[in-house]
Structures are given as C-alpha cells and as structure tokens.
Write a protein that binds this ligand. Structure first.
Ligand SMILES: Cc1cc2nc3c(=O)[nH]c(=O)nc-3n(C[C@H](O)[C@H](O)[C@H](O)COP(=O)(O)OP(=O)(O)OC[C@H]3O[C@@H](n4cnc5c(N)ncnc54)[C@H](O)[C@@H]3O)c2cc1C
Length: 439
C-alpha cells in the first residue's frame, strides 16, 4: 500500500474541511492533506444558499443592527430547547463574526448583511451572504482556490477515506481509496469533515424513519461514512434523529421557495384552503414536520408581486423560477380554480394576520412539501472539535466538525435555526484549524 505522511489529514473538502485546512495551513510548519470523495459530485455547502449566520459583525453595525454572539447563541439554544451543547454554541457564535469579516477582508469575498433574508427564530437581521445572492458554490470555489495557493496543502480529489487507523485508542491516520488502490495516510491529527448521512437511505431508515418519506434535497456524497469509524474508536454519537428539514420544497421540482416570503405577506393554505400555521413564526425545518402530517403532505404557498420583488434576487428563487416551479394567477377566481377551492374560501385564506401586509393580485402560487437537506446528529465534540467518548475524554488524534458532528438543533429537527448548518461547518473548521495552528 502507498504511504503518505502529513501533520493534519482533513477528510472532506466542503465547508468545514476547506476552512479547517485554510486555518491550519496558516502555520507554515504544518503539512495539511485534504482528501475529498468527489468534487464532481459535490458538497452540501456548494448547493446551500450560502447564508452565514453571525451576530455582532461590522456589516451589522454599519447597517445599524445591534447584535452580539451572546444574543445569537441564546436564540440558537432557545430553539433547541436548551438541548444543544451550550459551550460549543457559544464558541461557534463567537467565531462567526471573526470568519465572516475574515472572508470579506482577507479573502476578498464580497460579503454583506442580507436585509432581505429575515428568518424565524432570529430577533435581528443576522444572515450574511455574497452581494449577488449566488448561493454557496462560488464561496466554496473561492475557499478551494485559496487552498491551492498554499504550498503546505495538498487537496486530493476522488480520494474517499475508507477507514481510520488507530493504535491503542489513538487515531494516527486514515486510509483513502485512490486510483483503484489504497493510500495509507499517517497523520498527527485527522479532521472528520465529511458531513452526515442524509444521502444514505439505510441509515435514514434506521435513525430518521419518523420523518416519513421526505424529498431528499442534499448531495449524493453525504453517506455517513464516518459513523462506523466513530463507533469503532468509542466516540459518543448524539441526536441522530434530527435533521435540517425544509417545508418549502416545491412539489415535482425539488427546488425551494424563499423562507423570506412569509415576512412579505405570503400565506400557506392546506388542500381545504385552511391557514394552518402562522407563516412568519415557523422555521422551515419545523414547517416540514407540520406538512408531513397534512393531507397530501403538501400546502400552497401564495404570494404577490411585492413579495416576489423583495425575494426573487436569490439563487433559490432563481432556480425555482427557471424550473417553472410556480404559476401566476390574475385574480382570486383563477387562483381558486388552480387550487380546486371555492373562491370565498380563497378570499378568506388571503386575509392577513393582524399587522401584516395584505397580498394584492396578481398572485403567485407554488405547491410545497417537506424534504430533508442534511442530518444534524453526529459525534459529540468540544469547543475545538475534539471527538469525545461518553465519559467525556477525547479520542486522541481525532477532530470532527460540520455535519459529522452533532448539530445545534438539539434532538429534534424543529430546533434547527436558519444558518446553523454553515455555522457548525465554517465555525468548527475555523476553531479546529486555529487550534491546530496554535493560534
Ligand atoms: C439545499 C441546501 C441549502 C442549505 N442552505 C444553507 C444555508 O444557506 N445556510 C446554512 O447555514 N446551511 C445551509 N445548508 C446546510 C449546510 O450546507 C451544511 O450544514 C454544511 O454544508 C455542512 O458542511 P460540511 O462541511 O459538514 O459538509 P459538506 O459541505 O457537505 O462537505 C462535506 C464533504 O465531504 C466529502 N466526503 C463525504 N464522504 C467522504 C469520504 N468518505 N472521504 C472524503 N470526503 C468525503 C463530500 O464529498 C463533501 O465534499 C443547506 C443545505 C442544503 C442541502
């Protein structure tokens, strides 16, 4: 078997892995290898909306928004029912403004605070994104391009890790498949950054059968390869039944409509024309659980031109528009026909909740259902990504972050707040990389 020696072996070159490698390799004394299953198949960060939750950034201050890492952490913990790891949540929220500003200032990525992306569970505007609302793909490409410029980093593509190596309970490397053979990588530290298992039907059936039969909206590479390796070294796994779900998946298309729409008056009605939820108050992960139990497992999202104009400048809405994922109706009558409902029922359903803006014809309408985007369960870690056993001791030589580690939602998918996914991934990549580089 071919052999290779590095200081840090990062498994997975998505959000967490790319960030961990960039930060660790800032120490020129460290040799870092990133082993990526397949950039062709892609990572979830690339197909994500690229919305980064961060509290207390200079972008917020410049926009007059008062926020802080502490408030951000409190809101994540409240949504999780105080069942997420408070120390980890606080560490990630403290890191978030640092790396958002670093992306803009050091890596020249065009970041801004996104005033058009209000979200349930956020008391202030907190999502940051690129100025073109282009989603996660250009951001990941940007990070990988920065990695290419580092002399002490090798990014090895089409090289999936197949197992960890360990001696006496200490992880000392990883074996990767490459060119039909195997490569034994010796490493002081292995960083598991290969996301979760939502793309593995057998594991989803084992741990997430209660989510029904959702549309899967993540990438094919999320097959949970790390779960058996983690169990083998005695790591504690937690919250395997929780997922990042979306109740905004467009039926028949698999694209999504913007979670911002309800903040501009959009309404949700079930097959009988009933408003079944306070649209603004529901996170999209929680909404998925509600839709799962509605007749037909679907609902209609209805919005108007004003709401459309406020939300259409995003990759998510551009994709839905390109896919022909919604229809436009001139008035209540044609909307009612499309929904198969009496016109009076539709008129009643369009009445705004007190204090919200009324919709005005013409109306746009999409059928939405529930989907799973990523899993949220995984390895229990500390504030620098050390993988812990049930007795709280770390597995030496092993770190984990992003979707391979337990997420911030707590045990239920309902606890997921927008931005938690990339916060866990970029944030823990940042904390792990900084720690390895001795910062
Ligand atoms: C449609 C969608 C939209 C989303 N939007 C947002 C958003 O706007 N904001 C937000 O905060 N979160 C969002 N998320 C969640 C977010 O994308 C994920 O939580 C985040 O990408 C997880 O980062 P990661 O580094 O753990 O995994 P990824 O970014 O998926 O990277 C994992 C990498 O590991 C590789 N890999 C897998 N197995 C192996 C192996 N055996 N060996 C080597 N490499 C391997 C994969 O190929 C991949 O490149 C979204 C998710 C989806 C699916």
């Amino acid at each position: 078997m071919d052999e290779l020696e590095v200081d840090v072996a990062v498994v997975g070159g998505g959000a967490c892995g790319a960030m961990a490698a960039l930060r660790a390799s800032a120490d020129p004394a460290l040799v870092v290898g990133v082993f990526e299953k397949s950039t062709r198949e892609g990572c979830n960060a690339e197909i994500s909306s690229g919305s980064l939750a961060a509290g207390g950034t200079r972008f917020q201050r410049e926009a007059g928004i008062e926020d802080s890492p502490e408030l951000h952490a409190r809101e994540i913990l409240a949504a999780s029912g105080d069942l997420a790891n408070s120390e980890v949540v606080h560490a990630l929220c403290a890191a978030a403004p640092e790396y958002v500003e670093w992306l803009a200032d050091e890596l020249d990525y065009p970041m801004e605070i996104a005033g058009d992306l209000p979200r349930a569970g956020m008391s202030v505007t907190r999502l940051h994104t690129d100025t073109g609302r282009s989603g996660g793909r250009p951001l990941i490409q940007h990070l990988r391009a920065a990695l290419e410029e580092r002399d002490n980093v090798a990014f090895v593509d089409e090289a999936p890790a197949v197992r960890l190596t360990h001696t006496g309970g200490v992880v000392d490397g990883v074996v990767v498949a490459q060119n039909g053979g195997e490569l034994r990588v010796h490493a002081e530290t292995v960083v598991l950054a290969l996301d979760g298992f939502a793309g593995n039907p057998a594991l989803m059936k084992e741990h997430c059968a209660h989510l029904g039969d959702p549309f899967y909206g993540g990438v094919s590479t999320s097959t949970g390869d790390a779960l058996p390796w983690l169990s083998e070294v005695g790591a504690e796994l937690r919250h395997l039944g929780a997922c990042l779900r979306s109740g905004l998946v467009v039926v028949g298309h698999g694209t999504r409509v913007s979670p911002s729409l309800p903040f501009f008056g959009a309404v949700l009605v079930d097959l009988e024309g009933r408003r079944f939820v306070d649209e603004e108050a529901q996170g999209y992960s929680k909404l998925a659980g509600i839709l799962q139990h509605l007749p037909g497992q679907r609902a209609s999202m209805v919005w108007d031109d004003e709401a459309h104009a406020a939300t259409s400048d995003s990759e998510m809405m551009r994709e839905t528009t390109r896919a022909g994922g919604y229809r436009t109706h001139a008035d209540e009558r044609s909307l009612a026909e499309a929904l198969g409902l009496p016109e009076e029922t539709v008129r009643a359903a369009l009445q705004p909740h007190p204090g919200r803006r009324p919709l005005r014809a013409p109306y746009h309408h999409a059928w939405v259902t529930h989907g799973v985007l990523t899993t949220q369960g995984g390895a229990v870690i500390d504030t620098v990504g050390r993988v812990l056993r049930p007795d709280g001791t770390p597995v030496r030589g092993l770190r984990a972050g992003g979707g391979t580690a337990v997420g911030l939602a707590g045990p239920e998918s309902d606890g997921y707040v927008s931005g938690n996914g990339l916060l866990s991934a970029f944030g823990m990549g940042w904390l792990i990389g900084n720690d390895l580089a001795g910062r």
